[in-house]
Design a protein around this ligand. Structure first.
Ligand code: NAP
Ligand code: MG
Length: 488
C-alpha cells in the first residue's frame, strides 16, 4: 500500500450546516497513527463557539428545514443512500479507521465499516414505521399517540469503534426525524468526518448532521450544557458518564449512557474447553481489549482450571501484535500513549498486589513508536484485586476460580458494572439459569462478542442505561405525544 498523505484523509475541518468550516478560534489538534506514533492529520479544534454554531444549524434544520416536513419513507431512502455511500468507499474507510485507531484493517473492514453500513440500512427500514397507537379510552373520545422526534441530539462517542459508534448513534436519530451534532473522540476524529461527507453527498439536508471535532472538556461539555440541545447520547467511561448526567441536569436534557464494563466470562466444568479457550481469548484480546464488553474477568470452575488455562495460554501466546495494515494482522496497538500508560499502570498494580503475569505484561520487540502491548494474563487473581474490579481497557485478563455455579454467579455479579457476561456449559438448563441470574445487559451462551444491529445493547448498573440498536433505539430518539379528540 502506498504511504498515506494527509491529502487523502478527511478535510480536517468541522462540518456545520452542510459546510466545511474552520474552528472559530482557528485552532487545530493532531491525531496520531497508533501503529507508529506519527502524526496522521491535523483536525479543527472545535470549542463552545463552534458547538453553538452547530447546535443552531441543527436547531434550524429541525424547526424549519426540509427535514421536518419530509415523510419517513424519504428519510429512509436517504439513510439507505448513506449506507450505499459508505459501501462504495468501504475499503478506504477501513484503511482510514486503521490508520487513526490502530485496529487490524481486516477487522475494520469486516466489522466496523460493515457494521456501520448495516446500521444505516437497518434504520432506513424503520424510518417509515415509527408508529403510534389508538387507545381504547372510556368516553366519546378518540385518543391516539404519536412518536415524535426529540429534537436536536448531541452525541458524544469514544475512540474504540469510531465509525461504528457514530453509526449506532446517528442512524436511529435520523430515522426518527431528529437532527444531530456529533462529537467524535479526539483520538479518532477522521471517519466521523468522512461519514458527514458521505451523508452530504447522499443528499442529507444542510444542518441535519453536524460534526464538531474537539476535546471532551471543551466541545463535549459545551454540547452537554447547551440549552438548545434536547438530548445527549454518550458512550465512554463511567466517570465521564457520571459527569455528563450531572451537567445535563441543568437543562433537564434526556440522557442515555453506554459506559464501561468488567464483564465476567464463566466457564463451567462441563464446557467444551477448546471452544471456551478460543472464546476467552477473543473475549479479552479482540480490539486489543479496548471493548466496553471485553471479557476481562475469566471465572473458571476449579476442577478444569489447569486444562483451560493451558489451552488459553497456547492460543494467547500465538497472538502477536503487529502492523494493523497487514491484512493478516489480528491484533493491533492500543489507541494512544496515554492508553498504553494506563494499561501498563494496571499491570504494575497487578504485580504490586501479589500477582505475576503468566503471559505477557511487556511490550513486543520492535514496537518502535507504536503503542503495542503483548497479550497479558494474570492467573489466580482474587476477585477483590484491583485488576479484577476496575476496567482496564487493554489486553489484560484476570483469571479467577470458583467451586460451584452459585459462587460463580455471585462473583460475576459482585461488580459495579453490568454491561455483558458469558457462560460456557453444555447443560442447557444450567445455561439459561445462569443467563437469567447474571446482572448484565447482554449475556452470551457458548459464544462471546457477537452483536447485531437488530438486538438491543446497553448496560445494567453503572454500565449505563438506555438501549441502543434494534427497535429499542427508537425509544431513545422519540417522545410520545397523546392526542385527544372530542367526538361528542
Ligand atoms: P472518555 O473520556 O469517556 O471519552 C469518551 C468521549 O467523551 C470522548 O468523545 C471524549 O472527548 C468525551 N468527553 C470527555 N470528557 C468529557 C466531558 N467533560 N464532557 C463531555 N464529553 C466528554 O474516555 P477516554 O478518556 O477516551 O478513555 C478513558 C477510559 O474510558 C478508557 O480507558 C476506558 O476504560 C473507558 N472507555 C470506555 C468506553 C466504552 O465504550 N464503554 C469507550 C472508551 C473508553 P475527548 O476524547 O475528546 O476527550
Ligand atoms: Mg488517531
Amino acid at each position: 500500500m502506498a504511504d498515506t498523505t494527509t491529502a487523502e484523509l478527511a478535510p480536517g475541518r468541522l462540518f456545520i450546516g452542510g459546510e466545511w468550516q474552520d474552528a472559530a478560534s482557528g485552532k487545530t489538534f493532531e491525531t496520531r497513527n497508533p501503529a507508529t506514533g506519527e502524526v496522521l492529520a491535523r483536525v479543527a479544534e472545535g470549542d463552545a463557539a463552534d458547538v453553538d454554531r452547530a447546535v443552531r444549524a441543527a436547531r434550524a434544520a429541525f424547526e424549519s428545514g426540509p427535514w421536518r416536513e419530509m415523510d419517513g419513507r424519504k428519510r429512509g431512502r436517504l439513510l439507505w443512500a448513506i449506507a450505499d455511500g459508505l459501501e462504495a468507499r468501504a475499503d478506504e474507510l477501513a484503511r482510514l479507521e486503521t490508520l487513526d485507531n490502530g485496529k487490524p484493517v481486516r477487522e475494520a473492514r469486516m466489522f466496523d465499516v460493515e457494521g456501520a453500513i448495516e446500521c444505516f440500512r437497518y434504520y432506513a427500514g424503520w424510518a417509515d414505521k415509527i408508529e403510534g397507537e389508538v387507545l381504547p379510552i372510556p368516553g366519546p373520545y378518540l385518543n391516539y399517540t404519536r412518536r415524535e422526534p426529540v429534537g436536536v441530539c448531541g452525541q458524544i462517542i469514544p475512540w474504540n469503534y469510531p465509525l461504528q459508534m457514530a453509526a449506532w448513534k446517528v442512524a436511529p436519530a435520523l430515522a426518527c426525524g431528529n437532527t444531530v451534532v456529533l462529537k467524535p473522540a479526539e483520538q479518532t476524529p477522521l471517519t466521523a468526518l468522512e461519514l458527514a461527507r458521505v451523508a452530504h453527498e447522499a443528499g442529507l439536508p444542510a444542518g441535519v448532521l453536524n460534526v464538531v471535532t474537539g476535546y471532551g472538556p471543551t466541545a463535549g461539555a459545551a454540547l452537554v450544557r447547551h440549552p438548545e440541545v434536547d438530548k445527549i447520547a454518550f458512550t465512554g467511561s463511567t466517570e465521564v458518564g457520571r459527569h455528563i448526567q450531572r451537567e445535563a441536569a441543568g437543562t433537564l436534557k434526556r440522557v442515555s449512557l453506554e459506559l464501561g464494563g468488567k464483564s465476567p466470562n464463566l466457564v463451567l466444568a462441563d464446557a467444551d474447553l477448546e471452544a471456551a479457550a478460543r472464546g476467552a481469548a477473543s473475549a479479552i484480546f479482540y480490539n486489543t481489549g479496548q471493548a466496553c464488553t471485553a471479557g476481562s474477568r475469566l471465572l473458571v470452575e476449579e476442577k478444569v482450571h489447569d486444562e483451560l488455562l493451558e489451552k488459553l495460554l497456547k492460543r494467547a501466546a500465538g497472538m502477536r501484535p503487529g502492523d494493523p495494515l497487514d491484512p493478516k494482522c489480528r491484533m493491533g496497538p492500543l489507541v494512544s500513549q496515554e492508553q498504553l500508560d494506563r494499561v501498563m499502570g494496571y499491570i504494575e498494580t497487578g504485580k504490586a498486589e501479589g500477582g505475576a503475569p503468566v503471559l505477557g505484561g511487556d511490550r513486543p520487540e520492535g514496537a518502535g513508536g507504536g503503542y503495542f502491548l503483548n497479550p497479558t494474563i494474570f492467573d489466580r487473581v482474587s476477585p477483590e484485586a484491583t485488576i479484577a474490579r476496575e476496567e482496564i481497557f487493554g489486553p489484560v485478563l484476570a483469571v479467577s476460580t470458583f467451586a460451584d455455579v452459585d459462587e460463580a454467579v455471585a462473583i460475576a455479579n459482585r461488580s459495579v458494572y453490568g454491561l455483558a457476561a458469558a457462560v460456557w456449559t453444555q447443560d442447557v438448563k444450567q445455561a439459561h439459569r445462569v443467563a437469567h441470574a447474571l446482572r448484565a445487559g447482554t449475556v452470551w451462551v457458548n459464544m462471546y462478542h457477537t452483536l447485531d444491529v437488530g438486538s438491543p445493547f446497553g448496560g445494567y448498573k453503572e454500565s449505563g442505561y438506555g438501549r441502543e440498536l434494534g427497535r429499542y433505539a427508537l425509544d431513545l430518539y422519540t417522545q410520545v405525544k397523546s392526542v385527544w379528540v372530542n367526538l361528542a
